[in-house]
Design a protein around this ligand. Structure first.
Ligand SMILES: Nc1ncnc2c1ncn2[C@@H]1O[C@H](COP(=O)(O)OP(=O)(O)O)[C@@H](O)[C@H]1O
Ligand SMILES: [Mg+2]
Length: 311
Protein backbone atom coordinates (compact mmCIF):
# COMPACT_ATOMS: atom_id res chain seq x y z
CA UNK A 1 0.00 0.00 0.00
CA UNK A 2 2.90 2.39 0.57
CA UNK A 3 4.51 3.86 -2.48
CA UNK A 4 7.21 6.54 -2.47
CA UNK A 5 4.66 9.28 -3.26
CA UNK A 6 2.53 8.02 -0.47
CA UNK A 7 5.34 8.45 1.99
CA UNK A 8 5.91 12.07 1.00
CA UNK A 9 2.25 12.84 1.31
CA UNK A 10 2.16 11.31 4.73
CA UNK A 11 5.13 13.36 5.88
CA UNK A 12 3.60 16.53 4.50
CA UNK A 13 0.43 15.72 6.32
CA UNK A 14 2.35 15.33 9.55
CA UNK A 15 3.97 18.73 9.21
CA UNK A 16 0.88 20.65 8.13
CA UNK A 17 -1.70 18.65 10.04
CA UNK A 18 -3.91 18.59 6.95
CA UNK A 19 -4.25 16.14 4.09
CA UNK A 20 -2.26 17.42 1.15
CA UNK A 21 -4.22 17.99 -2.02
CA UNK A 22 -3.06 16.38 -5.23
CA UNK A 23 -2.63 18.12 -8.54
CA UNK A 24 -5.38 20.74 -8.90
CA UNK A 25 -8.34 19.50 -10.89
CA UNK A 26 -9.64 22.97 -11.76
CA UNK A 27 -7.96 26.17 -12.82
CA UNK A 28 -10.42 28.62 -11.36
CA UNK A 29 -13.93 28.97 -9.96
CA UNK A 30 -15.12 30.10 -13.36
CA UNK A 31 -13.58 26.99 -14.92
CA UNK A 32 -15.62 24.85 -12.52
CA UNK A 33 -18.82 26.69 -13.43
CA UNK A 34 -18.20 26.38 -17.16
CA UNK A 35 -17.07 22.78 -16.85
CA UNK A 36 -20.22 21.85 -14.97
CA UNK A 37 -22.33 23.64 -17.58
CA UNK A 38 -20.62 21.52 -20.25
CA UNK A 39 -22.03 18.43 -18.52
CA UNK A 40 -25.47 20.07 -18.18
CA UNK A 41 -25.22 21.10 -14.55
CA UNK A 42 -25.86 24.78 -14.05
CA UNK A 43 -24.08 25.97 -10.95
CA UNK A 44 -24.07 29.44 -9.50
CA UNK A 45 -20.94 31.12 -8.23
CA UNK A 46 -21.43 29.77 -4.72
CA UNK A 47 -21.66 26.14 -5.80
CA UNK A 48 -18.70 26.43 -8.18
CA UNK A 49 -16.65 28.17 -5.50
CA UNK A 50 -17.13 25.42 -2.94
CA UNK A 51 -16.27 22.69 -5.45
CA UNK A 52 -13.11 24.59 -6.37
CA UNK A 53 -12.07 24.95 -2.75
CA UNK A 54 -12.89 21.33 -1.93
CA UNK A 55 -10.33 20.28 -4.50
CA UNK A 56 -7.66 22.76 -3.44
CA UNK A 57 -8.07 22.14 0.28
CA UNK A 58 -8.66 18.38 -0.01
CA UNK A 59 -11.85 18.78 2.01
CA UNK A 60 -15.17 16.96 1.72
CA UNK A 61 -18.27 19.01 0.92
CA UNK A 62 -21.43 18.74 2.96
CA UNK A 63 -24.34 19.75 0.72
CA UNK A 64 -27.60 20.61 2.44
CA UNK A 65 -30.87 21.95 1.16
CA UNK A 66 -34.41 20.99 0.21
CA UNK A 67 -35.01 17.77 -1.75
CA UNK A 68 -34.75 17.93 -5.53
CA UNK A 69 -32.47 20.95 -5.80
CA UNK A 70 -29.50 19.22 -7.41
CA UNK A 71 -27.40 17.98 -4.48
CA UNK A 72 -26.91 14.42 -5.70
CA UNK A 73 -26.67 15.59 -9.27
CA UNK A 74 -23.80 17.91 -8.34
CA UNK A 75 -21.62 14.99 -7.25
CA UNK A 76 -22.53 13.00 -10.34
CA UNK A 77 -21.75 15.97 -12.56
CA UNK A 78 -18.38 16.61 -10.92
CA UNK A 79 -17.52 12.95 -11.56
CA UNK A 80 -18.50 13.30 -15.19
CA UNK A 81 -16.58 16.54 -15.55
CA UNK A 82 -13.36 15.20 -14.04
CA UNK A 83 -13.62 11.79 -15.69
CA UNK A 84 -13.67 10.15 -12.25
CA UNK A 85 -15.41 7.02 -11.16
CA UNK A 86 -18.46 7.78 -9.04
CA UNK A 87 -18.64 5.62 -5.94
CA UNK A 88 -21.90 6.07 -4.11
CA UNK A 89 -22.87 5.14 -0.61
CA UNK A 90 -26.63 5.47 -0.30
CA UNK A 91 -27.40 5.96 3.39
CA UNK A 92 -30.41 4.51 5.15
CA UNK A 93 -31.48 3.80 8.69
CA UNK A 94 -29.60 0.73 9.89
CA UNK A 95 -26.64 1.14 7.55
CA UNK A 96 -23.65 -0.35 9.34
CA UNK A 97 -19.92 -0.82 8.99
CA UNK A 98 -20.23 -4.03 7.02
CA UNK A 99 -22.22 -2.28 4.31
CA UNK A 100 -20.38 1.03 4.38
CA UNK A 101 -16.73 0.10 4.93
CA UNK A 102 -15.86 -3.57 4.57
CA UNK A 103 -16.65 -7.02 5.80
CA UNK A 104 -14.82 -10.30 5.85
CA UNK A 105 -15.93 -12.91 3.39
CA UNK A 106 -16.96 -15.52 5.97
CA UNK A 107 -17.92 -18.20 3.49
CA UNK A 108 -14.61 -18.02 1.73
CA UNK A 109 -12.77 -17.94 5.06
CA UNK A 110 -14.61 -21.10 6.16
CA UNK A 111 -13.71 -22.88 2.96
CA UNK A 112 -10.10 -21.87 3.39
CA UNK A 113 -10.09 -23.19 6.94
CA UNK A 114 -11.57 -26.48 5.81
CA UNK A 115 -9.09 -26.80 2.97
CA UNK A 116 -6.19 -26.14 5.28
CA UNK A 117 -7.31 -28.38 8.14
CA UNK A 118 -3.79 -29.70 8.68
CA UNK A 119 -2.17 -26.22 8.75
CA UNK A 120 -1.12 -24.42 11.90
CA UNK A 121 -3.79 -22.01 13.12
CA UNK A 122 -1.50 -19.00 13.13
CA UNK A 123 -0.65 -19.52 9.50
CA UNK A 124 -4.30 -19.95 8.63
CA UNK A 125 -5.30 -16.89 10.58
CA UNK A 126 -2.80 -14.70 8.78
CA UNK A 127 -4.11 -16.00 5.53
CA UNK A 128 -7.83 -15.60 6.11
CA UNK A 129 -7.46 -12.02 7.31
CA UNK A 130 -5.67 -10.89 4.18
CA UNK A 131 -6.85 -8.81 1.23
CA UNK A 132 -8.08 -11.86 -0.60
CA UNK A 133 -10.83 -12.40 1.98
CA UNK A 134 -11.89 -8.78 2.31
CA UNK A 135 -15.09 -7.50 0.74
CA UNK A 136 -14.62 -3.78 0.16
CA UNK A 137 -17.75 -1.66 0.52
CA UNK A 138 -18.08 1.84 -0.99
CA UNK A 139 -15.99 3.80 1.54
CA UNK A 140 -13.04 1.43 1.46
CA UNK A 141 -13.35 1.04 -2.28
CA UNK A 142 -13.10 4.80 -2.74
CA UNK A 143 -10.04 5.00 -0.52
CA UNK A 144 -8.28 2.10 -2.23
CA UNK A 145 -9.07 3.06 -5.80
CA UNK A 146 -5.97 3.68 -7.90
CA UNK A 147 -8.08 5.77 -10.30
CA UNK A 148 -9.60 9.18 -9.61
CA UNK A 149 -12.80 8.91 -7.63
CA UNK A 150 -15.72 11.07 -6.61
CA UNK A 151 -17.22 9.63 -3.45
CA UNK A 152 -20.89 10.43 -2.91
CA UNK A 153 -22.25 9.75 0.57
CA UNK A 154 -25.89 10.36 -0.20
CA UNK A 155 -28.54 11.39 2.33
CA UNK A 156 -26.23 11.07 5.31
CA UNK A 157 -28.95 12.42 7.62
CA UNK A 158 -30.69 9.05 7.32
CA UNK A 159 -28.08 7.12 9.29
CA UNK A 160 -28.09 7.14 13.07
CA UNK A 161 -25.81 9.55 14.84
CA UNK A 162 -23.51 6.70 15.95
CA UNK A 163 -23.07 5.48 12.39
CA UNK A 164 -21.92 8.93 11.38
CA UNK A 165 -18.80 8.30 13.44
CA UNK A 166 -17.73 5.66 10.93
CA UNK A 167 -17.20 8.43 8.44
CA UNK A 168 -14.95 10.65 10.49
CA UNK A 169 -11.65 8.90 9.84
CA UNK A 170 -12.24 8.86 6.12
CA UNK A 171 -13.36 12.46 5.97
CA UNK A 172 -10.43 13.92 7.86
CA UNK A 173 -7.60 11.60 6.97
CA UNK A 174 -8.69 9.72 3.89
CA UNK A 175 -7.85 6.43 5.49
CA UNK A 176 -9.55 3.36 6.89
CA UNK A 177 -8.19 1.33 9.80
CA UNK A 178 -8.80 -2.39 9.61
CA UNK A 179 -7.70 -4.03 12.88
CA UNK A 180 -6.54 -7.27 11.26
CA UNK A 181 -4.87 -5.67 8.28
CA UNK A 182 -3.62 -2.24 9.23
CA UNK A 183 -4.40 1.18 7.86
CA UNK A 184 -5.40 1.66 4.26
CA UNK A 185 -4.53 5.13 3.02
CA UNK A 186 -5.76 6.82 -0.11
CA UNK A 187 -3.10 7.05 -2.79
CA UNK A 188 -5.05 9.89 -4.37
CA UNK A 189 -7.49 12.06 -2.48
CA UNK A 190 -11.04 11.57 -3.70
CA UNK A 191 -13.47 14.43 -4.02
CA UNK A 192 -16.12 13.68 -1.41
CA UNK A 193 -19.70 14.95 -1.37
CA UNK A 194 -22.10 14.28 1.48
CA UNK A 195 -25.70 15.26 0.95
CA UNK A 196 -28.35 15.88 3.56
CA UNK A 197 -32.03 16.72 3.34
CA UNK A 198 -31.91 18.15 6.82
CA UNK A 199 -34.18 15.63 8.45
CA UNK A 200 -31.96 15.86 11.51
CA UNK A 201 -28.97 17.83 12.74
CA UNK A 202 -25.63 16.30 11.84
CA UNK A 203 -22.91 16.04 14.46
CA UNK A 204 -20.51 18.90 15.06
CA UNK A 205 -17.62 16.50 14.45
CA UNK A 206 -18.85 15.70 10.98
CA UNK A 207 -19.60 19.31 10.11
CA UNK A 208 -16.20 20.46 11.25
CA UNK A 209 -14.50 18.22 8.73
CA UNK A 210 -16.45 19.49 5.77
CA UNK A 211 -16.91 22.58 3.68
CA UNK A 212 -20.53 23.58 3.90
CA UNK A 213 -22.72 24.23 0.86
CA UNK A 214 -26.38 25.13 1.02
CA UNK A 215 -28.23 24.61 -2.25
CA UNK A 216 -31.56 26.37 -2.22
CA UNK A 217 -34.17 26.70 -4.96
CA UNK A 218 -32.44 28.45 -7.85
CA UNK A 219 -32.92 32.06 -8.85
CA UNK A 220 -35.30 32.66 -11.75
CA UNK A 221 -32.57 32.94 -14.42
CA UNK A 222 -30.82 29.79 -13.36
CA UNK A 223 -33.99 27.75 -13.14
CA UNK A 224 -35.01 28.93 -16.61
CA UNK A 225 -31.59 27.89 -17.91
CA UNK A 226 -31.86 24.51 -16.16
CA UNK A 227 -35.22 23.95 -17.86
CA UNK A 228 -33.80 24.85 -21.26
CA UNK A 229 -30.82 22.54 -20.73
CA UNK A 230 -32.72 19.58 -19.39
CA UNK A 231 -35.94 19.67 -21.41
CA UNK A 232 -35.24 19.13 -25.08
CA UNK A 233 -37.58 20.87 -27.47
CA UNK A 234 -38.94 23.46 -25.05
CA UNK A 235 -39.33 27.01 -26.32
CA UNK A 236 -37.67 29.89 -24.53
CA UNK A 237 -41.05 31.43 -23.87
CA UNK A 238 -42.50 28.32 -22.26
CA UNK A 239 -39.36 27.75 -20.18
CA UNK A 240 -39.68 31.30 -18.93
CA UNK A 241 -43.36 30.87 -18.05
CA UNK A 242 -42.73 27.62 -16.23
CA UNK A 243 -39.90 29.13 -14.21
CA UNK A 244 -42.01 32.15 -13.26
CA UNK A 245 -45.04 30.15 -12.23
CA UNK A 246 -43.00 27.74 -10.13
CA UNK A 247 -41.29 30.66 -8.51
CA UNK A 248 -44.58 32.28 -7.61
CA UNK A 249 -45.91 28.99 -6.23
CA UNK A 250 -42.89 28.76 -3.97
CA UNK A 251 -44.01 31.91 -2.23
CA UNK A 252 -47.25 30.21 -1.14
CA UNK A 253 -47.55 28.34 2.08
CA UNK A 254 -47.58 24.80 0.77
CA UNK A 255 -46.91 21.51 2.49
CA UNK A 256 -44.26 20.67 -0.06
CA UNK A 257 -42.81 23.32 -2.33
CA UNK A 258 -42.08 22.28 -5.92
CA UNK A 259 -38.42 21.39 -6.42
CA UNK A 260 -36.26 21.65 -9.51
CA UNK A 261 -36.92 18.02 -10.39
CA UNK A 262 -40.67 18.68 -10.27
CA UNK A 263 -40.24 21.82 -12.36
CA UNK A 264 -38.50 19.69 -14.97
CA UNK A 265 -41.22 17.02 -14.85
CA UNK A 266 -43.83 19.68 -15.35
CA UNK A 267 -41.97 21.28 -18.24
CA UNK A 268 -41.56 17.88 -19.93
CA UNK A 269 -45.26 17.17 -19.46
CA UNK A 270 -46.22 20.44 -21.10
CA UNK A 271 -43.90 19.72 -24.04
CA UNK A 272 -45.38 16.23 -24.46
CA UNK A 273 -48.90 17.69 -24.38
CA UNK A 274 -47.90 20.17 -27.07
CA UNK A 275 -48.61 23.18 -24.88
CA UNK A 276 -46.98 26.31 -26.22
CA UNK A 277 -48.19 28.79 -23.70
CA UNK A 278 -49.69 28.14 -20.30
CA UNK A 279 -53.00 29.57 -19.29
CA UNK A 280 -54.58 29.16 -15.89
CA UNK A 281 -56.66 26.23 -17.11
CA UNK A 282 -53.72 24.31 -18.56
CA UNK A 283 -51.72 24.99 -15.48
CA UNK A 284 -54.44 23.75 -13.15
CA UNK A 285 -54.94 20.57 -15.21
CA UNK A 286 -51.31 19.60 -14.82
CA UNK A 287 -50.60 20.81 -11.30
CA UNK A 288 -50.52 17.23 -10.05
CA UNK A 289 -47.12 16.87 -11.72
CA UNK A 290 -45.74 19.80 -9.80
CA UNK A 291 -47.38 19.36 -6.42
CA UNK A 292 -47.94 16.23 -4.43
CA UNK A 293 -50.65 17.12 -1.93
CA UNK A 294 -54.27 17.73 -2.87
CA UNK A 295 -54.47 20.67 -0.47
CA UNK A 296 -51.42 22.23 -2.19
CA UNK A 297 -52.95 21.66 -5.61
CA UNK A 298 -56.19 23.37 -4.56
CA UNK A 299 -54.33 26.24 -3.04
CA UNK A 300 -52.16 26.72 -6.13
CA UNK A 301 -55.09 26.42 -8.55
CA UNK A 302 -56.89 29.17 -6.68
CA UNK A 303 -53.83 31.36 -6.80
CA UNK A 304 -53.24 30.78 -10.52
CA UNK A 305 -56.85 31.51 -11.40
CA UNK A 306 -56.39 34.91 -9.85
CA UNK A 307 -53.33 35.97 -11.83
CA UNK A 308 -52.91 36.74 -15.50
CA UNK A 309 -50.38 34.18 -16.82
CA UNK A 310 -49.88 35.46 -20.34
CA UNK A 311 -49.03 39.02 -21.11
N1 LIG B 1 -28.18 23.02 -11.21
C1 LIG B 1 -28.78 22.08 -11.94
N2 LIG B 1 -28.46 21.92 -13.24
C2 LIG B 1 -29.06 20.96 -13.97
N3 LIG B 1 -30.00 20.13 -13.49
C3 LIG B 1 -30.36 20.24 -12.22
C4 LIG B 1 -29.75 21.21 -11.37
N4 LIG B 1 -30.31 21.11 -10.16
C5 LIG B 1 -31.20 20.13 -10.22
N5 LIG B 1 -31.24 19.58 -11.46
C6 LIG B 1 -32.14 18.51 -11.91
O1 LIG B 1 -32.96 18.16 -10.82
C7 LIG B 1 -32.94 16.76 -10.62
C8 LIG B 1 -32.99 16.46 -9.14
O2 LIG B 1 -31.78 16.74 -8.53
P1 LIG B 1 -31.16 15.82 -7.40
O3 LIG B 1 -29.69 16.04 -7.44
O4 LIG B 1 -31.61 14.42 -7.52
O5 LIG B 1 -31.80 16.48 -6.11
P2 LIG B 1 -31.42 16.30 -4.59
O6 LIG B 1 -31.05 17.66 -4.13
O7 LIG B 1 -32.67 15.81 -3.93
O8 LIG B 1 -30.30 15.30 -4.51
C9 LIG B 1 -31.67 16.27 -11.29
O9 LIG B 1 -31.82 15.01 -11.84
C10 LIG B 1 -31.44 17.27 -12.38
O10 LIG B 1 -32.08 16.85 -13.55
MG1 LIG C 1 -30.46 13.41 -3.67
Amino acid sequence: MTSPTNVTRENDAITTGFPVAGKPRFESIEAVRQGLASVDYLADEGIAGVVYLADRLAKPVLVEGPAGTGKTELAKSVARLTGSRLIRLQCYEGLDESKALYEWNYKKQLLRIQAGADQAWQELEEDIFSEEFLLARPLLEAIRSPDPVVLLIDEVDRVELETEALLLEILSEYQVSIPELGTVRATQIPLVFLTSNNTRELSEALKRRCLYLHIDYPQLDRERAIIETRVPGISEALADQVARIVRSLRTLELKKLPSVSETLDWARTLVVLGVESIDAERASETLNILLKYQSDINRAAKELAGVELTD
